[in-house]
Unconditional design. Sequence first.
Length: 581
Amino acid sequence: MQSKELGDQPLVSIIIPVFNGSRFMEEAIDSALNQTYANCEVIVVNDGSTDDGKTACIAQSYGQRIRYFEKPNGGCGSALNVGIANMRGAYFSWLSHDDVYERFKIASQISALVRSNKPDAIAYSGYKVIDSKSKSVGKVLPERVLGRHRVEEPLLPLLRGLIHGCCLLIPRMYFDTFGSFDESLLFTQDYDLWFKFLRTAPLVYDPNPYVKSRVHPDQDTQSRKDGHNQEANSLWGGILRAVTEDEMTRLDGSRCAFFLNMESFLSRTGYVEAGRMATAMASVAVSELKVSIVMPVRESGTLVKEAMLSVKAQTHTNWELIIVEDGSLSRCEEFVKACDKDPRIVYVQQEAEDPGSARNRGIRVAAGKYIAFLGAGDMFEPEKLDLQVRLMEASGCDVSHTSYRRVLAGGHQSQVVRSGMQRGAIFPQVITHCMVATPTTMVKRSALSDVLFPCGMSVGEDICLWIKLAEKYRWGAIDEPLTRVREEARSPAIARQEQIISLLNISCFCMQDPKLAGHVKEVGRLLRLAKYLNGMRPEPQAVKVARAERKRERPMWRSVAREAKRLKKRVVGWAIRSVRG
């Protein structure tokens, strides 16, 4: 089939299978005959109706305007097969006797194929939902579910339940290649065949929903729900077993992500057996993914033990705990013994440096697909790793974090910090308002291939990394306190001098980074906050600089850099004097 054929207006066969359809079929036939696309034939197949000839009488009243066939009752698939066997067209279009085409349905889909220059593609669209009185009750638009960039990915719309048989325009060659509908299937004959087609056929999406799908109590899917559900469970179970690993990776990025997304879809459909199968397959796939947990420590003790125990209590058991001993004079026997007892615990020792370098050492040793971070005294809730891996696999995000609960001195649990509300595209606001706590994070190891924690900082180095990752990736988040974060007297969240030094470190880091340096407004806010915490009034020069920035809307590098350098010198001196005093 050449693209030229589309320009010559190929014949389209509209096939209408009908069983006892006297109530709605006239409206369906009229909608097929009223298409603005001129080169159509309308085929009506009476599937052994038992309504005292009412269906036959209506069909025959159209005379030569339609082609009419009768057959013994055998189900929708068998009626469609009769139509396919007798069609003359190059394209097949199915219209249920109780559904309606708007006038532009065929013309719009042919135009979509012409624009795509893919004459061998299957065209499809969304649809409107109407009730028994033709009143509109909603729409199903695939682009709202998948996004416009994914609506033409082969198989994907089908595996999200977004394909309606009457919304398709199918080249006849696919029936010649793969055969027709399985007549033993009374309810799922359509998806069974579309699955075969769409593993090979390209898709073209028409954004115009020119099909009206009627929902009413007399439909087989409504009146024979038990039989429909049993057949649907069998269909989806077969699909789960049939999809190859290459197809899974193309559709969702990984085998694990595929099963998680299928689990989510099937859980909403009511197909319990197929849903359970997807859940089991997803659980196996998740369990195969290793998570490396990096925990820098400087001394052993009760807090470190609590952190280790929270890792051992994880429901996700495929982990490795990398303990980076940062600056001890001798190897910690306790950690060495822990490694001997549990091969998942890795012990690394280095000279005393800073938090960033210790975490970076752990990242370089890590073997997992995902990397999480834990501090001495911080604790994971038992499902933390499992839920976070599932989120990241299903959504495809490279970075994620969770809400957390603060643990104060003495082990008293404070309020929940709903940091999980910060998600998606959080750059550049993350520069001035970062809610991310390091023990709540999980990062795909590949995302850390070209960026790590900055070294040489005592505080603020973690925020610097989150800013860099937010610049490049959307963040996933779980708004559930899956981590307990310990805050001590010297923690930046409590100690004012530590907060000031952290703000200055972040400001200098941003100004020295070529990609972040353009965000003068955000850096200026950090500096003003540091001033406020230090109890200094804004100087006239700083006010002038800020005013000039707003007026000219261009970076004021030199002014801000001088201000940061001068301020850091004064504030750090004040902080040191405060600590000594």
